[in-house]
Design a protein around this ligand. Structure first.
Ligand code: FES
Length: 98
């Protein structure tokens, strides 16, 4: 369903998505890295457990909440990737970061 545009920059930045290393173009958001990893969902809602994928890609819908470098509840679409970044799916509600 999702794939990189043909004119996208070369994938040179290594990130870990659910523990698996993938390469993404510089400037990619963590949400886009999750989509490029091909996951069927990146989080589940706390109440019904419905699967979610990033939708708006601009910080409005909160369907991209993920754990990034150990910090839960990050809006992955608002976080640019960095080499070695760890991006993990979020299952249900998380406690706020201390
Ligand atoms: S995709 Fe909507 S807030 Fe991130």
């Amino acid at each position: 369903m999702f794939r990189a545009r043909p004119e996208a920059r070369p994938a040179t930045i290594p990130v870990l998505v659910e523990g698996a290393e993938i390469l993404v173009p510089d400037g990619t958001s963590a949400a886009a890295a999750l989509l490029l990893a091909g996951l069927p969902a990146i989080r589940e809602t706390p109440v019904t457990g419905s699967p979610r994928l990033p939708l708006c890609q601009m910080g409005v819908c909160f369907d991209c909440l993920a754990t990034i470098d150990g910090v839960p509840n990050r809006q992955a679409c608002m976080v640019p990737v960095a080499p070695g970044m760890r991006i993990e799916r979020q299952h249900g509600a998380r406690e706020p970061a201390a």
